[in-house]
Ligand binder design. Structure first.
Ligand code: S3P
Length: 426
């Protein structure tokens, strides 16, 4: 992909549906009783993997544009897929579906692509095994995962999350549906709570009190319809683009504004960015509204550990904002970035350096000293959708032509990213 800087971005757009909510809608709709219709679902490589996994387990899922109709089979109605379930590049698919599979009376194997095969699964194997699940990985840690039927019901647990991870938390909550009592999860720093919200919307009773999340199993779920808000993690690329490119002003309609996801807005505002939120309302237990981002000179800041869980996917694009900000931005305690689709610390350091940015790699983060200008370059995406999109925005704010290799990986979460970007060019 060739990116030609530097034109201002103006206009009103929508971003595709939220990836996390789309995955969860398919999973929870599949084990509910009755028909769930999901509107504005994200149909990307990742979420299609989840849809295919449940189809293979006998769930009837019709797709029509961005609308899916799921004939839920109930908590115990899934069928033996009789072949491996392929999660592709998706950590969310593998970790959350495992939570459901440990409660089934048939064996399953979950596989992934080269990137997913390198991502740690011991973080779910440990708590699910504590619940009595029979789940094994390669070297106790990596995919493929083999899950065998275990005694029913599973044991409820009391578990402190060793890493801030919504995927681990969600995997345990889904397994709790197949357990014998009250599970307590201790979460010191908040992470996205879409699973809690969606399970409650479908009739569960999950309570959050300070750092504790309590859940009891529920006999059955009745299907519910869902409207998926736009993905704030996709909107983040356009928010930063509008903020750093002189003369820009972009309105993004109907974006998810769940407080466990809006760290990016707080950070850009703290950096001096101009972001206005309008038209806020609640839809199926999630907050939704419009975001208006416009050009404003940024200053560097230090990002605190407590909010990292609310912006973990946005660090690559925050690094781009920091590279154009006045002064120093410090991001520490973000070791989790090493275990994403690629090592996102290394990827951003290598590629922003390539553009002449002042950036230092830390074992658990980054230090960036902003500059007024970066230079165009040939940039590697490492086949990671968020790296490709973050670098594309950095390239857009240079004078000249940059090349992003393997840009097709944006299909993982934002298939029409480049169309939208070019549509906003003025
Ligand atoms: C996700 C949780 C996050 C995030 C990922 C999606 C989810 O991962 O990085 O893109 O849908 O629960 P962790 O919870 O492992 O940090």
């Amino acid at each position: 992909m060739i990116i030609k800087g530097k034109k201002r971005l103006c206009g009103q757009i929508r971003v595709p549906g939220d990836k996390s909510i789309s995955h969860r809608g398919v999973m929870i709709g599949s084990i509910a009783e009755g028909e769930t219709i999901i509107e504005n679902i994200l149909l990307s490589e990742d979420t299609i993997r989840t849809i295919e996994c449940f189809r293979q387990m006998g769930v009837n899922i019709d797709i029509e544009d961005c609308r899916v109709k799921i004939k839920g089979v109930g908590l115990n109605g899934l069928k033996d897929p009789n072949k491996v379930l392929d999660c592709g590049n998706s950590g969310t698919a593998m970790r959350l579906i495992s939570g459901i599979l440990v409660g089934q009376q048939f064996p399953t194997t979950l596989i992934g692509d080269d990137s997913l095969n390198k991502r740690p699964m011991d973080r779910i194997i440990v708590p699910l095994s504590k619940m009595g699940a029979n789940i094994k990985g390669v070297d106790y840690k990596y995919p493929p995962l083999k899950i065998l039927p275990s005694k029913t019901p599973l044991e409820s647990i009391d578990y402190e999350l060793p890493v801030a991870s919504a995927q681990v938390k969600s995997s345990i909550l889904l397994a709790c549906l197949y357990s014998n009592g009250k599970t307590r999860i201790i979460e010191k720093n908040p992470t996205r709570d879409h699973t809690e919200r969606m399970l409650n919307y479908f009739g569960a009773h999950i309570i959050k009190e300070k750092d504790y999340i309590y859940m009891e199993p529920k006999g059955k779920f009745i299907a519910k319809n869902i409207y998926v808000p736009g993905d704030i993690s996709s909107a983040a690329f356009l928010i930063v683009a509008a903020t750093i490119i002189e003369g820009s002003s972009v309105i993004i309609k109907d974006v998810g504004l769940n407080p466990t996801r809006t760290g990016i807005i707080n950070v850009i505002n703290d950096m001096g960015g101009s972001i206005k939120i309008e038209n806020v309302r609640i839809l199926n237990n999630e907050t939704i509204g419009d975001i208006h981002a416009s050009y404003s000179p940024l200053k560097g800041i230090e990002i605190q550990e407590e909010i990292l869980g609310t912006l973990i996917d946005e660090i690559p694009i925050i690094a781009v904002a920091a590279a154009f900000a006045k002064g120093k931005t410090i991001i520490k305690n973000a070791e989790e970035l090493k275990y994403k689709e690629t090592n996102r610390i290394k990827a951003m350091v290598n590629e922003l350096k390539n553009m002449d940015a002042n950036i230092i790699e830390l074992p658990d983060g980054l230090i960036i000293e902003g500059k007024e200008k970066l230079k165009p370059a040939t940039l590697k995406s490492y086949n990671d959708h968020r790296i490709a999109m973050a670098l594309s925005i950095a390239a857009f704010n240079t004078e000249g032509e940059s090349i992003i290799d393997n840009h097709e990986c944006v299909n993982i979460s934002y298939p029409n990213f480049y169309e939208t970007l070019f549509q906003l060019e003025h």
